[in-house]
Ligand binder design. Structure first.
Ligand code: ADP
Length: 404
């Protein structure tokens, strides 16, 4: 009996021990499992975060790459397109994908193939220029350099393009301007020199001839001085050096003051000058500059208009808070194809007529700049043989002084 109870106790103890052991083992197992799970989750979260960060960095790089104004092209070691950005797409008008294509397949530009070859042999090419023809012709300047891979092996070439179309246009305009100015200065100067020499050679002793030659010299000296004044004005206006001193002004009074200056010349040409600017029209203007606008337009109307004709200066308020002013003549007018160009520097419809009248070819360009500086626009309406009307707009000022 004793023996039985002892065994029973042992069995009970062993069972309890087994149960405890099982419990701890199971518990350890569960804890291990949840730890492993937590570790796995953590690793997954880390991997996900890393992926997100890589994607973000990639997106940032791509955005940066695409927002560059320069076009960028990366060629691989076989000379095939590996990478390019949006600016390059825009510059070259690329519409489909060009990745993995050769340079000639992608761009169809032998000059670009030449550049890719040059960079392979020279290692670097600076300031290579190429012309893109087609609908939207462009001039590009490229710098190219070889890209080294790991252990100095050649990985490909990097080509960076800059659109220099506008720069070249500006250069051409500047050269044309300098050529025009030189020509305009040389013409009166050579006439002055010619007549001075003739006078010195003996014409000075014949009073009638001497007077005539001196009058010609005087006229061309005036022309030179007008030209220099206009050149200074246009250069200041174009470089934005002029600050307008705008004050409220009554436009009828202002037009009246200009008309008065021309009365003697109008009488000479038997031209009637009429002021039809509405009363009470106010605008915030730089009075001296705006007078210059009227002077140039009335002067042209007198120069190119009809002798015995009529010049009307008018102005009225328009919808949208603008004032529309006009100088109208009844002369030969301006041919349609020349109307868009008369505001260009040195453009003349009839060169001989302009020079004979002492024109500089800059009057309307000055008008355009002054009107634009006042926030207005200028344009011309004309039908052949039915005169020309030069119109310009200005923001109106209400009687209380605020611009509409
Ligand atoms: P210019 O000093 O030659 O007058 P502008 O810039 O004032 O220069 O004018 C440019 C050209 O526009 C003139 O040469 C002339 O051919 C033409 N033009 C200007 N105003 C008139 C007008 N009222 N009628 C006909 N042609 C005009």
């Amino acid at each position: 009996m004793n023996w039985l109870s002892r065994n029973w106790e042992i069995a009970l103890f062993a069972g309890a021990l087994a149960a405890i052991l099982t419990h701890f083992t199971w518990d350890r197992f569960l804890r291990r499992r949840s730890l492993a799970k937590a570790q796995q989750d953590y690793t997954q979260r880390l991997l996900k975060r890393e992926k997100e960060l890589t994607a973000q960095a990639q997106a940032r790089l791509e955005a940066l790459f695409d927002s560059m104004t320069e076009g960028v092209l990366l060629l691989d070691s076989a000379g095939r397109v590996e990478l390019y950005n949006r600016s390059l797409e825009r510059m070259c008008g690329i519409t489909g994908g060009i990745r993995d294509l050769t340079v000639i397949e992608a761009f169809r530009l032998p000059e670009l193939v030449k550049l890719a070859e040059e960079v392979q042999s020279a290692g670097e090419v600076i300031g290579f220029e190429l012309e893109l023809s087609g609908e939207n012709p462009r001039r590009l300047q490229a710098n190219a350099t070889l890209v080294a891979g790991a252990e100095g092996s050649r990985r490909g070439a990097l080509l960076v393009f800059r659109d220099i179309t506008r720069l070249r246009e500006l250069e051409r305009t500047r050269q044309e301007f300098v050529a025009n100015v030189s020509h305009e200065l040389r013409t009166p100067l050579s006439l002055i020199k010619g007549y001075t020499e003739t006078l010195l050679d003996g014409a000075k002793d014949e009073p009638a001839q001497a007077t005539r030659f001196l009058q010609i010299i005087n006229r061309h000296t005036d022309r030179l001085s007008f030209l220099i004044d206009d050149l200074l004005a246009i250069s200041k206006l174009e470089s934005g050096q002029i600050t307008l001193n705008c004050q409220p002004a009554d436009l009828r009074d202002l037009a009246g003051r200009v008309i008065e200056q021309f009365i003697a010349r109008a009488v000479e040409r038997n031209v009637t000058l009429v002021n039809e600017v509405a009363s009470g029209l106010l605008a915030a203007v730089d009075a001296d500059r705006l007078e210059q606008v009227f002077v140039n337009l009335v002067d042209n109307a007198l120069k190119y208009g009809r002798a015995g004709g009529r010049i009307i200066v008018s102005g009225r308020a328009e919808a949208g808070g603008m004032i529309e002013l006009a100088v109208q003549d009844d002369g030969p007018g301006i041919p349609p194809e020349a109307q868009a160009r008369v505001f260009e520097r040195f453009y003349r419809v009839d060169k001989a007529r302009s020079r004979e009248q002492g024109g500089t070819g800059l009057g309307l360009a000055i008008v355009k700049h002054i009107v634009q500086a006042h926030g207005g626009k200028v344009w011309v309406r004309s039908e052949p043989s039915r005169g020309a009307t030069f119109l310009f707009s200005l923001p109106q000022l209400s009687a209380e002084g605020a611009a509409h």
